[in-house]
Design a protein around this ligand. Structure first.
Ligand code: F6P
Length: 549
């Protein structure tokens, strides 16, 4: 049965009517009217605390949004995902990243296979391998211990482990340097190879498919570089693979005994919990890796058990939907006030935009409303000195997710209060703004001439009423990071269910891949000029001309 179009659903229509009222609301006034607004609009779960009170919502908004979630079957689809039903309908696959962090005691059988047992068998291998490397027992071909790990992968086979290894920097084992090569741009690989010693370097080739062009080219380059310094029999000590494709791993020349498997029901952007997390286990040790998994599992439990109105991922999703579909905000800024979360926005870009950047429903009909906003961002306080100007006074409103840890993972005095103060101040400023009168009074108090005051008033006024969420954790640890990532995964899931898109395929990346293959053949002179538009042909001709000069 086809799901009815979102735009005509009764709950959606009620929300549209409700959004007409929101046009009259002012956040300052909403706060003044309700001293209970903060406690009423906060949720605590799995070591995270969400304050969504600085969004343009009234007491009626969340119940209406939850009505929409119920009407669109969020609870049923959530149960289907956790049960291993094939909810990735265009690829006929289950979606079981949540099983990757399930405790060993949990039972889940899919297609007659005990997936939790399979997962824990691979985790055991991750454990023993990471312990061998960390203890120095795993040696390179000259007998020296491993000092450098180079993960070669792209997209989900890169962004997760890279982001997490950086986020958990204070927990990284001393004496081990982590490197990540993703780009097909040779500058990426070149810069890493210049830093590492082939005798003490371990390459992890991570690719779900083991066919991704960038990863395969980088892996071959690394292998050739290594073989310039060592003989073929040394390869197994220096190359391991993480993949679902044993045949391709063997064809590349990596012993499948050195391959850590995962399964087609793990989407690339949801794979950090699988053997794709091997660099994390190596960097911080296996026990910390299990804490990371446990943090995510705690969020899974909350997502499954909490009522929708008090369910952190559901509420984060619904507030995002309110901002996107009813208030019309087309982008979302992620502002982690934590330098170690510097790659978090990049990670969320793939998670959110590859999942929900879709324009047709699961059954191939136009969605009919806007879907995923553009996700972008960088660390506070750096962003404040770059693009926050636009966020405060630009013509478009961009909702912001502030993320902060209340305690630092360092002992440098003075920094953390300054950081947190800026984080809370920005959220307050976006909410409050600064009225013309406040600006006038401030300038008059500085004895400025009245003409100058009036000339500057429009420039120094802040409209305010700009929405933000505040996500806090006590400290950034493996567990809270796991919970944070799982929170956003489930947020993405809930929005995908409401838009009725398949959040687990990514056909949109295919066209460019195919065209690039043809153009590369032309650039390398292996194929005659093809029929392109005049711009593409002109660019190819120009590149060839410069290369041959
Ligand atoms: O092209 C997009 C994509 O398929 C992502 O979804 C995926 O994370 C990435 O490429 C890498 O894929 P693989 O792990 O198969 O190399």
């Amino acid at each position: 049965m086809q799901t009815p179009a979102l735009a005509v659903s009764p709950a959606y229509r009620s929300l549209q009517a409700h959004a007409q009222l929101a046009g009259q609301w002012n956040l300052r006034e909403l706060f003044a009217q309700s001293p209970q607004r903060f406690p009423a609009m906060t949720i605590e779960a799995a070591g995270l605390f969400l304050d969504y009170s600085k969004n343009l919502v009234s007491e009626q908004t969340l119940p209406l949004l939850c009505e929409l979630a119920r009407e669109r079957g969020v609870e049923t689809r959530r149960a289907a995902m956790f049960a291993g039903e094939k909810i990735n309908n265009t690829e006929k696959r289950a979606v079981l990243h949540t099983a990757l962090r399930a405790p060993r005691s949990m039972a889940l059988t899919v297609d007659g296979q005990d997936v939790v047992a399979d997962i824990h068998a691979v985790l055991e291998r991750v454990k023993s391998f990471s312990e061998l490397v960390c203890s120095g027992e795993w040696r390179g071909h000259t007998g020296k211990a491993i000092t450098d790990i180079v993960n070669i992968g792209i997209g989900g086979s890169d962004l997760g482990p890279k982001m997490v290894c950086l986020a958990l920097r204070p927990f990284v084992r001393p004496g081990l340097s982590m490197h990540f090569v993703s780009n097909v741009d040779g500058h990426d690989m070149d810069s890493i190879l210049a830093k590492v010693d082939p005798a003490t370097t371990l390459f992890i080739v991570t690719s779900k498919t083991f066919t991704t062009m960038e990863t395969m080219l980088n892996a071959h380059t690394a292998r050739n570089w290594f073989l310039r310094h060592a003989n073929e029999p040394a390869l197994p000590q220096h190359f391991v693979a993480v993949s679902t494709n044993a045949e391709a791993v063997a064809a590349f020349g990596i012993d499948t005994g050195n391959m850590f498997p995962f399964w087609d029901w793990v989407g690339g952007r949801y794979s950090v919990w699988s053997a794709v997390g091997l660099p994390i286990a190596l960097a911080v040790g296996y026990d910390r890796f299990t804490e990371f998994l446990a943090g995510a599992h705690a969020m899974d439990r909350h997502f499954c058990d909490a009522p929708l109105e008090a369910n952190m991922p559901v509420v984060l999703a619904l507030i995002g939907l309110w901002n996107r579909n009813f208030l019309g905000h087309a982008s979302l800024t992620i502002a982690p006030y934590h330098q170690d979360l510097a790659r978090f926005a990049a990670y969320l870009q793939q998670l959110d935009m590859e999942s929900n950047g879709k324009r047709v429903t699961r059954d191939g009909q136009p969605v009919g409303v806007s879907t995923c906003p553009t996700v972008w961002g960088d660390c506070g306080t750096n962003g404040q000195h770059a693009y926050f100007q636009l966020l405060h006074q630009g013509t478009d409103i961009t909702p912001i997710d502030f993320i902060a840890a209340l305690l630092p993972n360092h002992e440098l005095p003075g920094h953390h209060a300054a950081l947190l103060a800026n984080c809370f101040a920005q959220a307050e400023a976006f909410m409050r703004g600064k009225t013309e009168n406040e600006v006038r009074l401030e300038m008059r108090a500085q004895n400025m001439a009245e003409a100058e005051v009036e000339a500057l008033v429009p420039h120094r006024t802040f409209p305010g009423n700009r929405p933000s969420n505040m996500l806090l954790m006590d400290r950034l640890t493996p567990a809270t990071l796991g919970a944070l990532i799982a929170l956003y995964e489930h947020k993405t899931f809930v929005q995908g269910v409401i838009w009725n898109v398949n959040s687990f395929d990514q056909w949109g990346v295919e066209l460019g891949k195919v065209l690039a293959k043809n153009i590369q053949a032309e650039l390398e002179g292996q194929s005659p000029p093809q029929k392109h538009d005049s711009s593409t042909s002109g660019l190819i001709a120009r590149a060839k001309k410069v290369a041959t000069n």
